[in-house]
Design a protein. Structure first.
Length: 603
């Protein structure tokens, strides 16, 4: 590398460099709010803003021949597919494999034909028939259910004092807090989801709900025509049934027409792996449980997403109380392909128990290996939800419970923010079917749309500072987005290590956010202790780089910038192709471009 090139390496995870012979930019701060003087050994992710600098020579690594590792796990090839979707000025615009401006009906017909022929998901096609260890029958004679009273029944707003919350084991899991619960409709309105989803309810969207307990569908706590029990172990204690019931309540109240498939997390694998053959198909998986016994691994769920491209959403966990040393993310949420969710109160302050500690890569069979850290959770969402249409009930398992446990009409913590996110995604998939089978695009869209800032984030999440994950804004999720995906094999898209294209219709001074995200083989991540592909994002305008993001450990990149003129943007997605950098694997890459809603343009 030329000695005149300015190179800044921060915290070992993001190498920032001056670029090219064009006029380039230097970093001001990253979107997580950390500056170059940071001393924490944590990942440096995303570039928030840039300043002009003098001309500098290029430090770009010259592309070498692809150096895929011979030991990369074998995997089936997939069809090369490239899609674009835009929703602007009330019109939906589709492109598939470079055939532009096709009707939505034609796009869906062709993309469904491609999905029907996909061979990758066959790896999991029949596993549920042999791997689950439980039936779908519950012996109701073990249980007693009675009516109960609760102060919040029938209310639109309710303050519960000294509510006991799940917390770190070191605190005996008896944390108490006063929480203001809002009617679920008020929470939806607070998310700015109400106006953009008014005519949508999750119709024909299947969701697998894996939980520590399966609801009493028989007692109509969850509508029986929208909830199908796949497995349960029949031995749940009352508190587990209550947790599973409330998880389903959240989804049912936000996406009332979605179909839920219930699974007990102790029954073998974590997801109904024949979801493509269900009717309706299972597009999303919800995991609202965190610490405790696990019957899955992050490697398994990453492999599942990589093969089936189901969107899996997981609770970050509830181990973040007062920056406790045990603030680690729950295991399933550490999956690089998983969308993990933290929790905030309705006033946009952090939930004190929401886990925040960034995990590190590990190697299978090498307990001494400690790899780079990567940012988790990617987003947070509202968690204090009240159900005024639900009563209270006492539930008792005659064999295990010593007293009735009360099913209250409210839910909180990451167990609640996760299904709320899942339900929001269900509404997105119903309104815009482009996003089905594209967890990488959905993650990019959630990253760009998480523009509601969490108040005092750095006080709770020292790993990620003031700009720790935000809360999705409904208008940003559903309006003024331009999305793309690239699905194929390793050599299909990156020419000389690069994908580039332009974005037009740019307005000078307007604020934009762009994110990319990609999927990786869970087996490969566990084998190498890192992502098998390192992909970066750069934005240029008028020949000058105005934003870039080059983390080495995150499975996504995000930039946040204001356009300097009305000229087209050049979007450059670069994959490192040097020796030992591109280890192999499919290209499952998603992109989202957001013009921030008007209310955020003024901030």
């Amino acid at each position: 590398m030329n000695k005149n090139i300015s190179m800044l390496v921060v915290c070992g995870a993001l190498a920032m460099s001056a670029q090219a012979a064009d006029q380039d930019a230097t970093m001001k701060a990253d979107v997580l709010g950390r500056h170059v003087t940071s001393t924490r050994n944590i990942p440096k992710a995303y570039i928030k803003d840039v300043k002009k600098s003098v001309n500098q020579k290029s430090d770009m690594v010259k592309t070498k021949s692809l150096a895929k590792d011979a030991n990369y796990p074998s995997e089936a090839g997939i069809a090369k597919t490239y899609g674009i979707f835009e929703h602007r000025n009330g019109k939906r615009w589709y492109s598939l494999n470079n055939k532009n401006d096709i009707p939505e009906s034609e796009y869906l017909k062709k993309i469904n034909e491609i999905e029907d022929k996909d061979t990758a998901r066959k790896k999991f096609e029949d596993e549920d028939k042999t791997k689950y260890t439980c039936s779908n029958i519950r012996d109701l004679s073990n249980y007693s259910v009675v009516k109960a009273s609760d102060e919040c029944v029938g209310k639109d707003f309710c303050t519960v004092k000294n509510i006991k919350l799940a917390g770190p084991p070191s605190l005996d899991r008896t944390i108490s807090e006063t929480i203001d619960f809002w009617n679920y409709e008020s929470v939806i309105n607070n998310s700015n989801l109400l106006q953009v989803t008014r005519n949508y309810s999750g119709h024909n969207i299947g969701i697998s709900v894996t939980d520590i307990g399966v609801p009493f569908v028989e007692y109509e706590h969850v509508p029986s025509d929208k909830y199908f029990v796949i497995t349960n172990n029949g031995l749940e204690i009352a508190s587990s049934i209550i947790h599973g019931t409330k998880t389903s309540w959240v989804i049912n109240h936000v996406a009332s027409d979605a179909t839920l498939y219930g699974l007990h997390e102790a029954c073998g694998k974590t997801v109904p792996v024949d979801g493509y053959k269900k009717s309706p198909k299972i597009y999303i998986g919800n995991h609202s449980y965190g610490d405790g016994s696990f019957y899955y691994s992050a490697t398994y769920i990453d492999d599942f997403i990589y093969a089936t491209r189901t969107i899996e959403v997981a609770s970050a966990g509830n181990l973040g109380y007062k920056k406790a040393t045990a603030a680690q993310i729950s295991e399933i949420a550490t999956g690089v392909n998983v969308i993990s969710v933290g929790a905030v109160h309705n006033n946009l302050t952090y939930h004190q128990t929401s886990s925040w500690a960034n995990p590190k890569y590990s190697k299978k069979g090498d307990p001494s290996f400690s790899g780079e850290a990567y940012v988790k959770p990617e987003i947070a969402n509202f968690s204090d939800i009240l159900f005024p249409d639900k009563g209270a009930a006492g539930i008792l398992n005659k064999h295990y419970d010593s007293e009735y446990q009360v099913l209250t009409p409210y839910f909180t913590q990451t167990s609640s923010s996760t299904p709320y996110t899942t339900a929001s995604i269900a509404l997105l998939l119903e309104r815009y079917p482009f996003y089905r089978w594209h967890p990488e695009v959905v993650k990019a869209l959630l990253l760009t749309s998480s523009i509601k800032k969490i108040i005092g984030a750095k006080d709770h999440d020292p790993d990620n500072g003031d700009y720790a994950m935000g809360v999705p804004d409904g208008r940003a999720m559903f309006e003024k987005n331009r999305s793309r995906f690239w699905n194929g094999n390793n050599e299909d898209f990156f020419k000389n290590g690069k994908i580039s294209f332009t974005e037009s219709g740019i307005q000078s001074g307007k604020k934009y956010r762009i994110a990319i995200a990609w999927l990786s083989s869970g087996t490969a991540v566990a084998q190498y202790g890192r992502l098998p592909q390192d992909i970066n994002l750069k934005v240029k305008q008028n020949g000058r780089t105005i934003a870039r993001s080059e983390s080495t450990s995150n499975p996504f990149e995000l930039v946040d910038f204001a356009a300097e003129s009305g000229g087209d943007l050049e979007i450059i997605i670069e994959r490192k192709e040097g020796m030992g950098e591109n280890l192999g694997g499919r290209v499952l890459l998603g992109y989202n471009f957001l013009e921030l809603p008007d209310a955020y343009q003024r901030r």
